[in-house]
Structure formats: structure tokens, C-alpha cells
Design a protein around this ligand. Structure first.
Ligand code: GDP
Ligand code: MG
Length: 475
């Protein structure tokens, strides 16, 4: 049922100045009105989209549960396009739960995760890409990510996808008219007439695809593991990136036992930095778990910052760590490598550059022949800016930094666009091989449907459930 009345606490769990309970559905007003007592005893529905002062009471015991401001909002100018009531109470978890319980006792149903937004989608207020943007917007970790989510929410991505769909539909219509109504003397369209139109659609799809890898970075961020033997300055480096004392730093090797994960902002890209215990042979059972976690962190990382202590000669442990990182498939990037070939880079950091250098560069060169070594000091901050630059360069792999153009930020959209592109390719080659136009039309339909998955026109029930179940309750 898609218009029964649902309710949920819309503000995050925990204590806050204000907490909001959201109610949506055809009976939203009738559900809340009996609980809402105003000074003077008014019982009529308050004016729409205005805050009205009063108290929420328990209808059985008449006990006052909270002093509130309530907004009654008439469909269709609401988040869900249904009648919506928002109760602003005091932001205590117990208070909000009691109000919610009273609302549920009036016959509302507890909302599922993302159900308010799902209704906005089902009622046509948002398309699927826009609905997804709601969550991206909430979860964005940098301003650049936020800008992209807002763009998507405002329909810029959908617009471009719809444009490509429109072009494809035009081609399909021309083909099908000639197939369906041959008696009307509609001339069969010729390949040279159709192929520029298909090329046009493909150009639009490819344009969207071209920014997808970069767009995804802004949304998902980059997992960056800081790896090295104990005591080289990994935790200090994390703190330097964050400009806070997040991880504990001591001269005692083995201080960091667990992995610490924090988000830093690298030119708008959320850098998920993972400080690790360091990779070292050890008999200490706790440290051993830490070492194991370091390995796991490294294995799942997009980038490794491999740290050495420049004030000491290269040790056997350093060699071991290098070998492990190499075995995991991390590679030093060379400038002449094609941008697309750049994957899982390792950036080599020689820390403690404020001390006298005892590390033999020649020895390190044997381990990392193509390595570019970046000298840093977390004491004086020397080299840290340079390290950020290098990291940004590696991460963006020669791509331009964020521009004003529309960027795809989701893997789901990227996959759908890829499939659309393949179908367009297929229709193109059917046309070239002079296959019957039916074939061309089938491929074009498939491309049209793939694009429809982005905006939700052709999304399956399962896909919708999956997408909305990842939302939080109350959204
Ligand atoms: N002189 C100097 N000491 C550093 C530097 N970075 C870290 N240290 C010191 O090295 C020791 C180990 O640092 P820590 O960050 O805990 O290393 P980790 O074990 O790799 O996490 C601490 O005493 C730090 O103060 C640096 O750039 N210069
Ligand atoms: Mg540490």
C-alpha cells in the first residue's frame, strides 16, 4: 500500500535541541490532530505550511508529552506529495519515542528506511537519480561532493540522460513507423540518415561516462592506507593530514595497535586515511592482530602511503613491508603511463627529514627503482604540502579537477550508461552490416531502457527496494 499513513523520527538518534517526527499519508492530519492541544482549545486544522504552537498529549491519560511546534502540510506541496505533518519537539530520544508511540497508537505505521523518499519517487516528485541524490547529499563529506549531489538532486544528471533517451526514441520512432505502417508509404529510413542520430545519442552517453570515475571519487572518496614498519611516523602523518592529534604518537614502537580511520579533505575528495599498526613480525598477540588489520587495510586500499624513517638506515623490516606492498599489487606510477592504466598507486614517503639522513637512497632505489621519494617532516611540516600535491595528482591521474560540468557519481549510473553505450554500439554495427532495421531497433530499445534505469523509468521493484533500504529511517 502506498498511501497508508507512515511515521518516523526524522532527526538523528541522540540528544539535540530539536527533534522532528514526520508523518505522511492520506490520514496524516486525522492521525495527529487528536494528539495536538492548542491554547484556547482550537480543534480545526491549522493553516497549511505554518508552524502552530501547542502540546502533544497522550490521548488516553491526557498527560502532556511535550511542548511542540507542528506543521500541517497539504498535499501536493510536500516532500512526499502526500499530506505531511512534522512535529518539532524537544530533541531527547525518550520524548521523541513517546510522541512517536502516540502517533502510532492513532493508527499510523512505522516507516521503513527511505520510505518517505520512496513515496516522493513513486508520486513523481523526484526521479530515481534525484532520490539517490538525497542520500548522497546527506552523506557528502566535502563541499565538492555536496555540490555534485545537489546538482543531481536538482535534476541536472537526469536532464542529460533524458536528452540522450529522447534522441534514441526519435530514431526508434522513425524505424518503427516504416515497419508498422508500410502501406502508408512511409519511406524506409536509410542507414546514412540514421547513423548520425545514433552517433549523437552515443556522444551524449559518452560525455556522461567520461566524468564518472572522477565523480565517483568525490562521492566515495579514496581509501588511503598509511603503511610502514613501526615508529617511522605513520600516526604523526595522519595527525598532520587532519591537523589534529587524532592518533596516539609515542617513541615506543608498537603504540598504534588498531587501525584508526579518519576523513581528510584532499581538494574536495574525501581522503579516508587509515593509520595502521605497521607491518612487523611480532610475538605479542595484540600487536599481531593489529598487524593483520594493517594488512587487511592495505589490501582494500586504493592508495598506499608507504612510510620510511629517513634518519635510520634501511632495515630488514622495511624490506619486508615493501615486498608485501608490492605483492598486493601496488605500483609506483610513472609519468609516461597512460592515465587509465594508473591503478592502486603507492606513494613513498621519507619521513623525519628534519634529522640527519642515514637512509641510503641507493638501497631504497633497489626496492623501488621507479620510485619518486617525498621527504617530509611531521615536526616542521616540511614536504607535507608537496605530498598532498603528489597524492592529488596520482588520485586524479591527470584528469582535470572538479569543473562545473555534470558528473556522474554513482557506480549504478555508470554501469547503466555503459550498457546503454554497448547497445548503441550494437545498433550501429547492425546498421553498418545492413541487417534488417528490426535488429537496429531492438538494440536501440535496449539502450533506451538502460538509460531509463538511471532515472527509474525502467527500474525493477527489486532495484528500488535495494536502493531505498540503504536510506536511514525517517528520510
Ligand atoms: N624528528 C622527527 N620525529 C618524528 C617525525 N615524525 C614522527 N616522529 C617521532 O617518531 C616517533 C614515532 O612516531 P609515530 O607517529 O608514533 O610512528 P608510527 O609508529 O609509525 O605511527 C614519535 O616519537 C614521533 O614524535 C618527524 O618528522 N621528525
Ligand atoms: Mg602509530
Amino acid at each position: 500500500m502506498h498511501n497508508d499513513t507512515i511515521a518516523a523520527i526524522a532527526t538523528p538518534p541522540g540528544v539535540g535541541g530539536v527533534g522532528v517526527i514526520r508523518v505522511s499519508g492520506s490520514d496524516a492530519f486525522e492521525t495527529v490532530l487528536p494528539l495536538f492541544k492548542r491554547p484556547g482549545g482550537a480543534t480545526a486544522l491549522p493553516p497549511s505550511h505554518k508552524l502552530t504552537f501547542g502540546h502533544i498529549i497522550d490521548p488516553q491519560s491526557q498527560e502532556v508529552l511535550d511542548e511542540v511546534l507542528v506543521a500541517f502540510m497539504h498535499a501536493p506541496h510536500t516532500y512526499t506529495r502526500e499530506h505531511v505533518v512534522e512535529i518539532q519537539g524537544h530533541g531527547g530520544p525518550l520524548i521523541l519515542r513517546r510522541i512517536l508511540r502516540a502517533v502510532l497508537a492513532q493508527g499510523a505505521r512505522m516507516a521503513n528506511p527511505g520510505e518517505f523518499t520512496m513515496r516522493a519517487f513513486l508520486n513523481g516528485r523526484l526521479d530515481l537519480a534525484q532520490a539517490e541524490a538525497v542520500m548522497d547529499l546527506i552523506e557528502s563529506e566535502t563541499e565538492a561532493g555536496q555540490r555534485l549531489a545537489l546538482q543531481q538532486l536538482q535534476g541536472r544528471v537526469s536532464e542529460q540522460v533524458q536528452q540522450a533517451r529522447h534522441t534514441i526514441l526519435g530514431v526508434i520512432a522513425r524505424i518503427e513507423a516504416s515497419i508498422d505502417f508500410p502501406e502508408d508509404d512511409i519511406p524506409t529510413p536509410q542507414a546514412q540518415e540514421l547513423s548520425p542520430l545514433i552517433a549523437d545519442a552515443q556522444k551524449q552517453v559518452l560525455l556522461l561516462l567520461s566524468g564518472a570515475d572522477q565523480g565517483k571519487l568525490y562521492r566515495q572518496g579514496l581509501r588511503t592506507a598509511i603503511i610502514g614498519r613501526p615508529n617511522v611516523g605513520k600516526s604523526s602523518l595522519l595527525n598532520a593530514f587532519l591537523r589534529t592529534e587524532r592518533a596516539i604518537v609515542t617513541p615506543i614502537a608498537g603504540t598504534t595497535r588498531d587501525t584508526v580511520e579518519e576523513v581528510a579533505n584532499l581538494r574536495g575528495i574525501p581522503l579516508h586515511l587509515i593509520d595502521t599498526a605497521g607491518i612487523t613480525p611480532t610475538d605479542d598477540p595484540v600487536e599481531r592482530i593489529g598487524v593483520q588489520r594493517s594488512r587487511t587495510a592495505a589490501e582494500s586500499a586504493d592508495v598506499v602511503l608507504l612510510v620510511f624513517d629517513a634518519s635510520e638506515p634501511l632495515t630488514e623490516q622495511d624490506r619486508l613491508v615493501s615486498a608485501e606492498v608490492q605483492a598486493m599489487g601496488f605500483k609506483v606510477q610513472t609519468p609516461d603511463e597512460e592515465a587509465t592504466a594508473r591503478k592502486r598507486p603507492v606513494v613513498i614517503v621519507l619521513n623525519k627529514s628534519d634529522l640527519e639522513q642515514k637512509l641510503e637512497i641507493a638501497e631504497l632505489k633497489q626496492l623501488w627503482p621507479e620510485g619518486v621519494f617525498i621527504n617530509t617532516s611531521t615536526l616542521s611540516d616540511a614536504g607535507l604540502q608537496h605530498l598532498e600535491n603528489i597524492l592529488a595528482e596520482h588520485v586524479l591521474a591527470g584528469r582535470k579537477l572538479y569543473s562545473e560540468s555534470v558528473l556522474i557519481t554513482s557506480t549504478r549510473h555508470q554501469e547503466a550508461l555503459r550498457r546503454a553505450n554497448e547497445h548503441l554500439e550494437a545498433s550501429y554495427s547492425s546498421l553498418e552490416q545492413q541487417l534488417p532495421l528490426d535488429f537496429v531497433s531492438i538494440d536501440l530499445r535496449a539502450a533506451y531502457d538502460s538509460l531509463g534505469e538511471v532515472t527509474g523509468e525502467t527500474a525493477s521493484e527489486d532495484l528500488l527496494d535495494k536502493i531505498f533500504s540503504e536510506f536511514c529511517i525517517g528520510k
